[in-house]
Design a protein around this ligand. Structure first.
Ligand code: ATP
Length: 345
């Protein structure tokens, strides 16, 4: 368990972190997302005390990292691996040499080192590259070396500081898959900071949104993606799952206000696949005598939960419409009237 309690970090008069409180469970993949300058790097560096907080507590497995002596901190840091955007590999060492480095610092016996390096290179898929130098590797392979080096000492926590930001989309996928495998196989807790929402969507179970040094929203990824509260998170979620009126409907000139009684109502419905069991559209037609046309439909997956979006056009008697909209509001879905179009549209 990692607990950050009332963490504040000042650089002179500038408050880079402002009363941060987070609780991260063992074995969890926890994402921290925020725009450039929000304080992500500062925050993740507070976890391993590369950047000691000005005030507050960093409690890892019951120990407050801010209260440890230098020697104790060195010991505790062995339980925390870290990977970086630009890999930070030693260019004059081979792949195996880079992975060996933390073991050498800890004076692990040579035979044990060799065994461990073989296991880890196998795990990250770099066995054949063990004698290559970083300059001979692709970005994805370099990050695999970074990951191997970070986990070779069997840490319980892995910190990832924008580890996929310098990689192309296909490589990002393979690195995230590797991190997922490592999380499963080793039970390691992973804290990832990123400005890439796809990364959070793909891998994180919990997410916190940081803005101007403060956590402005946090919760499970599925909850936050399906029901973002702050403008910042809405924008982030919009970058991977559009919630605007789709391009295909732009020709319809949807008006915000009803011009004529005969205007048709455009309604957006959003629902999680695991909560929407009712035949919603069929009920609007059967129970409320409405004409319903489906204008747009999409389905997205956040990890293994499906998230659907429908835009429908409904028409009928005023009273029936009101009742139907009221009924939609009572369901565990998000429904919103997004506008009106003339009935001959
Ligand atoms: N050593 C430092 N001295 C002074 N200000 C700093 C220092 N390190 C960071 N800052 C400031 O603190 C704020 C947060 O920086 P931080 O690097 O944590 O943000 P970030 O969210 O990681 O952004 P990016 O993704 O661009 O790295 C920024 O305004 C930055 O200029």
């Amino acid at each position: 368990m990692i607990e950050l309690k009332h963490i504040t970090k000042l650089y002179g008069n500038f408050k880079a972190l402002d009363d941060i409180n987070l609780s991260i469970k063992d074995g969890e993949i926890f994402g921290i997302v925020g725009q450039s300058g929000a304080g992500k790097s500062t925050l993740i560096r507070c976890v391993n005390m590369l950047e000691p907080p000005t005030s507050g507590e960093v409690i890892i497995d019951g120990k407050d990292m801010t209260k440890l002596s230098k020697a104790q901190l060195r010991e505790e840091r062995k339980k925390i691996g870290m990977i970086f955007q630009h890999f930070n590999l030693l260019s004059n060492r081979t792949v195996a040499g880079n992975v060996a480095f933390p073991l050498e610092l800890s004076h692990v016996p040579k035979a044990e080192q060799a065994k461990r390096i073989n296991e880890i290179l196998e795990l990250v898929g770099l066995t054949e590259y063990r004698n290559k130098y970083p300059s001979q590797l692709s970005g994805g392979q370099k990050q695999r070396v970074g990951i191997a080096r970070a986990i070779v000492s069997n840490p319980s926590v892995l910190l990832s500081d924008e580890a996929t930001s310098a990689l192309d989309p296909e490589t990002v996928k393979s690195i995230l898959q590797l991190l997922k495998d490592i999380n499963k196989k080793m039970g390691i807790t992973i804290i990832m900071i990123t400005h890439q929402m796809e990364v959070i969507k793909e891998i994180a179970e919990q997410v916190a949104v940081i803005e101007k040094g403060k956590i402005i929203e946090q919760g499970s990824v599925v909850d936050l993606f399906t029901n973002p509260q702050t403008e910042t998170l809405k924008k982030f979620v919009g970058s991977v799952m559009s919630s605007d009126v789709p391009e295909q409907l732009s020709h319809m000139n949807i008006s915000k206000v009803k011009q004529k009684d005969s205007d048709q109502t455009i309604v957006s419905l959003k629902f999680r696949g695991d909560v929407a069991n009712e035949p919603i559209i069929a009920n609007l037609i059967r129970k409320y005598n409405l004409d319903v046309s489906i204008l747009y439909g999409s389905i997205d997956y956040i990890q293994n939960v499906s998230f659907g979006r429908l835009i429908i056009m409904i028409n009928g008697h005023e009273e029936d419409m009101k009742k139907a909209l009221g009924h939609l509001q009572s369901l565990p879905i998000t429904s919103e009237v997004i506008g009106y179009v003339p009935s001959d549209n």
